[in-house]
Write a protein that binds this ligand. Structure first.
Ligand SMILES: [Zn+2]
Length: 210
């Protein structure tokens, strides 16, 4: 397994622990936790001490190094729960799929998606991007949290491999391009429709609820 370099933002991990994340984002966090020893250790440590360290009122100076200090405080790795992973899909994703393989819908350009859930708080989808293909350039009206489950993609923020998450928000425009080799499969949560720059993706948006 490749080393995970891009993790869940701490604020989102806090919200996940507090149970305040919208469903779509919670599934992405749960899937990342099942692939990432570091975030899982943080999560378990946070559970043990009630989040007191991360939520200390001393403010941002403490928060900035809370992750490092908590990792250092863990002199022994906590026991790991058994991981249920089916092919590229962690158990949190398999639950969304009702244990079945994805039923892809073509989006054009070889890109496919399966919408897993959508409500007023956010949408959750699986995306399938053939090697070397680009997702149409887009911006965001809200937050987007994308977890790589297979293959890789890259954009201006860097390269993202299995287990990596990219957190994008309304100030970021990007055009992810799948890496060579395996098709890239991603799990993506959004809390508002994306902003596509080209006409055709814009026309297709209502149909595919992207
Ligand atoms: Zn992580």
């Amino acid at each position: 397994m490749t080393t995970i370099r891009h993790h869940i933002p701490d604020t989102m991990l806090d919200a996940y622990r507090a149970g305040t994340l919208p469903h779509a984002f919670g599934v992405v966090v749960a899937a990342h936790l099942s692939l990432c020893d570091q975030c899982r250790a943080l999560q378990e440590a946070g559970d043990m001490i009630g989040g007191a360290l991360l939520q200390d009122s001393a403010g941002s100076a403490l928060r900035a190094d809370a992750r490092e200090r908590m990792m250092a405080a863990l002199d022994a790795p906590p026991p790991r729960p058994p991981l249920r992973v089916s092919g590229p899909f962690p158990s949190a994703v398999m639950d969304e799929l009702d244990g079945k393989p994805p039923r892809w819908r073509m989006l054009g350009g070889g890109i496919r998606q399966q919408l897993l859930s959508a409500d007023s708080e956010g949408a959750l989808r699986l995306l399938y991007i053939p090697p070397g293909k680009a997702v149409p350039e887009h911006g965001h009206r809200g937050q987007e949290l994308t977890l790589v489950l297979q293959g890789s993609f890259s954009d201006a923020a860097g390269a993202f491999h299995r287990g990596d998450v990219e957190a994008a928000h309304d100030e970021i425009d990007h055009q992810p391009v799948a890496g060579p080799g395996e098709p890239c499969i991603c799990l993506a949560a959004t809390d508002a429709p994306l902003r596509f720059h080209a006409l055709i993706p814009r026309l297709l948006q209502p149909i595919f609820r992207i």
